[in-house]
Write a protein that binds this ligand. Structure first.
Ligand code: 13P
Length: 251
């Protein structure tokens, strides 16, 4: 099944409002007319309005880096799906390894957030991936299996079809160590097999699985050429428009 590639920039905790607007503008200029690849940028919450303005009229979509699962109420510091939608967000990263590692994200909260995003009509980008210790001790498959099933617990095939998965091996994030294209593809196939068990071949065959972890212009082409690598979730290289553009349209 043909899956349209999807490249999203995760800016993490980088950019002030001015910097975000300038970067978004440069991204829109570089890849704003691209139609054969879906492109999104995910700035920090406070810079969403500035970025929304900067990418207006381009094909670049606006994403957020997290959300809370409740609709509203006494949850100091949290942001709901409806709030994100109200400033033009269409997709949201959920369960990033940094959230899991530093901020107490669990498979259960990932599941709640995924359901909240779906209910609001946002495209969830659900992150899974093993640490180096887990990979080296042979637990990789079990970890990815648990994270994937946990994220999609109680979600129908029709809803799953509206999700994206990002495979981000923790040991490759920000380290300069990329999974080889073969390692990435094997993990993606493993994830797709789980999705096939859960939702059937047709639905699983349509779900895009992004790779994330030190993806750069010089390794993007080979990674994206793999059968089951359907895009990228880009950290460091998303902070330079030229590098990001070089991943969206690798040479
Ligand atoms: P890097 O591209 O900086 O390794 O980060 C990947 C990532 O965590 C994207 O979400």
């Amino acid at each position: 099944m043909a899956r349209k590639k999807f490249i999203a920039g995760n800016w993490k905790m980088n950019t002030t409002a001015d910097e975000a607007a300038a970067l978004a503008k440069a991204v829109a200029e570089a890849v704003g007319k691209v139609t054969d690849v879906d492109v999104a940028v995910c700035p920090p919450y406070v810079n969403l309005p500035a970025v929304a303005e900067a990418i207006k009229g381009s094909n670049v979509k606006l994403g957020a880096q997290d959300l809370h699962w409740e609709e509203k109420g006494a949850f100091t510091g949290k942001i709901s799906a409806a709030m994100l939608k109200s400033v033009g967000v269409t997709c949201v990263i959920i369960g990033h390894s940094e959230q899991r590692q530093y901020f107490g994200e669990t498979d259960e909260t990932v599941n709640k957030k995924t359901k909240a995003a779906l209910a609001a009509g946002l495209l969830p980008i659900v992150c899974v991936g093993e640490t180096l210790e887990e990979r080296e001790s042979g637990k990789m498959d079990a970890v990815i299996d648990r994270q994937t099933r946990g994220a999609f617990n109680g979600i129908s095939a029709a809803e799953a079809a509206k999700c994206v998965v990002a495979y981000e091996p923790v040991w490759a994030i920000g380290t300069g160590k990329t999974a080889t294209s073969q390692q990435a593809n094997e993990a993606h196939i493993f994830i797709r097999n789980i999705l096939t068990e859960l939702f059937g071949k047709d639905t699983a065959g349509g779900i895009r699985i992004q790779y994330g972890g030190s993806m750069k212009p010089d390794n993007a082409k080979e990674l994206l050429a793999q059968s089951d690598v359907d895009g990228g979730l880009i950290g460091g290289a998303a902070l330079k428009a030229a590098d990001f553009a070089g991943i969206v349209q690798p040479k």
